[in-house]
Design a protein around this ligand. Structure first.
Ligand code: GRF
Length: 219
């Protein structure tokens, strides 16, 4: 199977991007990260990508009259790089239905909660306020409904006594870095694909990959 050409969209530090780049360095990984694009030219992740020898593009949303014009330029950039699959990794723009339809079934996002709980921002604060005992992260296909698309994979962490937003965020982030490469692999290999409103998983999960991180066993 030929390796998929993956584009990653970021707006900030790009730690999930770094995890995807590291995964794609493995010879048996089914994807190459061929382009990293950002709506912010100062996104730290762009420098990470450049250091890794990956092509970068900055498309400043503020330079366009409206969202659609911004997205058309972004889309042209992605088409020019012949992107098969698009990964959002801390990309802080909301897409129009035009862009979402164009990338339907080929656009993934990572969200720092166990969806459908805690959509939006400040997810770790929301989790602590709700008093949940289990929190985590989700990779899902992007649909028009923000942070609500069909779920590809999830990873869970325990909420520990004394957790603050920061300590909880750090443990969830470590799981994000494990989860995103796994979820992208599933999509690239056709193991997980969008089927109407659901994700069809070709095989049942391997029990070893049930993504529950016991406290302190993973950094
Ligand atoms: C991550 O927490 C991700 O789940 C969310 O935005 C954050 C991006 O962090 N969508 P990074 O830029 O990948 O470090």
């Amino acid at each position: 199977m030929s390796r998929k050409r993956v584009g990653v969209l970021i707006s900030g530090r790009g730690s999930n991007l770094a995890a995807l780049i590291a995964a794609a360095r493995q010879p048996d990984y089914p994807a190459d990260i061929v382009l990293v694009a950002s709506n912010r030219s100062d996104a730290a992740g762009l420098a990470r990508a450049a250091e890794a020898g990956i092509a970068t593009a900055a498309v400043d949303h503020k330079a366009f009259a409206d969202r659609r014009a911004f997205e058309e330029e972004l889309d042209r950039t992605l088409q020019a790089a012949r992107i098969d699959i698009l990964c959002l990794a801390g990309f802080m723009r909301v897409f129009t239905d035009w862009f979402v339809a164009r990338w339907a079934g080929r656009m993934l996002n990572i969200h720092p909660s166990l969806l459908p709980a805690f959509r939006g921002t400040d997810t770790h604060r929301q989790a602590l306020a709700a008093g949940v005992l289990i929190h985590g992260c989700t990779v899902h296909f992007v649909t028009l409904d923000l942070d609500a698309g069909p779920i590809i994979a999830q990873a869970a962490v325990r909420v520990l006594p004394g957790d603050t937003e920061e300590t909880l965020a750090a443990r969830v982030l470590a799981e994000e870095h494990r989860l995103y490469p796994l979820a992208l692999r599933l999509v690239c290999e056709g193991e997980a694909r969008l089927d109407g409103e659901c994700v069809h998983h070709r095989f049942a999960w391997n029990a070893d990959e049930t993504l529950f991180a016991p406290p302190s066993e993973r950094s």
